[in-house]
Design a binder for this molecule. Structure first.
Ligand code: F6P
Length: 320
């Protein structure tokens, strides 16, 4: 393989730039040309390509976001758009593609691999950490720490005013971020999209805490489990306790990646290029039990990554 390409797709995550840097520099050192595709799959549909040299990725390892830009392309989902994407790849002489992104992005990647027989490799990157085939995705550690910084500040004011605070974090369908943030922030209640909850249960937990002498509470909710403002109103109505809500939103997606995310991105990006050049295609590169591993893309996007039941238990026991 003499020419490969890289794109970033879906919600951006801190560390994507570090992965791009690793892909470009590993590719060049192996004697390949590396093409950057701008705006994710939309850039494939439109043929928005740029040749990247080693210096084009200088000074980006510490930057959040993605220098290649990202998008959620509707056009790529249509048969015509898909064909245009394949035609552009072939016309540009690109022989292999690395897709940096989360679940949706790896679904598109799998389609290129199976429907167009195009050699691809996926790199697991999303703040949601919801990809099967990797313990951690690029950006998750940074997002947890970003949210945690806000939660620590909210604890100060919650304690001063003897209030309940609801903190809504990202995660439409999965609660990995909320679970980690909740444990790290010492939250009394954590609501996840995967676990049904009732306001009566929440009230019981709060009442028990008050009886033991607690005066303030932090509740972390994934956006897919409850909307922060609405949930805070419900809690105040059900309990009579003063409750405030903070929605962290997209701040969780930005910022300079942590050391852990930079290292993970460098390892996964570099491994992806080696796999592509060695002829191992149609796989997601991830990290499991501290080793770099591969998982068939077919499994990565179609299997649900399980939540760790022991982590769920920790919330209950430690938040008491
Ligand atoms: O998948 C990453 C993510 O940040 C989710 O946690 C969130 O629900 C979603 O993207 C938000 O997407 P958008 O930026 O398109 O509103």
């Amino acid at each position: 393989m003499k020419r490969i390409a890289v794109l970033t797709s879906g919600g951006d995550s801190p560390g994507m730039n570090a992965a791009i840097r690793a892909i470009v520099r590993t590719g060049i050192s192996a004697g390949a040309e590396v093409i950057g595709v701008r705006h994710g799959y939309q850039g494939l549909v439109e043929g928005d390509f740029t040749l990247m040299d080693a210096s084009s990725v200088s000074g980006i390892i510490n930057q959040g976001g993605t220098i290649l830009h990202s998008a959620r392309s509707q056009a790529f989902r249509t048969p015509e758009g898909f064909q245009q994407a394949v035609d552009h790849l072939r016309a540009a002489g690109i022989e292999g593609l690395v897709v940096i992104g989360g679940n949706g992005s790896q679904t598109g990647n799998h389609a290129l691999y199976t429907r167009a027989s195009f050699p691809t490799v996926g790199v697991a990157s999303t703040i949601d950490n919801d990809l099967y085939g990797t313990d951690y995705t690029i950006g998750f550690d940074t997002a947890v720490n970003t949210a945690l910084e806000s939660i620590d500040r909210l604890r100060d004011t919650a304690t001063s005013h003897d209030r309940i605070f609801v903190i809504e974090v990202m995660g439409r369908s999965r609660g990995f971020l909320a679970l980690h943030v909740g444990i790290a922030g010492g939250a009394e209640v954590v609501l996840l999209p995967e676990i049904p909850w009732t306001i009566e249960q929440v009230k019981r937990t709060l009442d028990a805490g008050y009886r033991r002498g607690k005066k303030s509470f932090l509740m972390v909710v994934a956006e897919g489990a409850a909307r922060g403002e609405e949930f805070a109103r419900q809690v105040e109505e059900a309990t009579g306790y003063e409750t405030r809500a903070t929605v962290l939103g997209h701040v969780q997606r930005g910022g300079s990646p942590t050391a852990a995310d930079r290292v993970l991105a460098s390892q996964l990006g570099s491994a992806a290029v080696k796999l592509l050049l060695d002829g191992e295609h149609g796989v997601l590169v991830g990290e499991q039990h501290h080793c770099i591993t591969t998982t068939p893309l077919a499994d990565a996007w179609s299997h649900d990554k399980p939540l760790d039941p022991e982590m769920l238990d920790l919330v209950r026991v430690l938040g008491a």
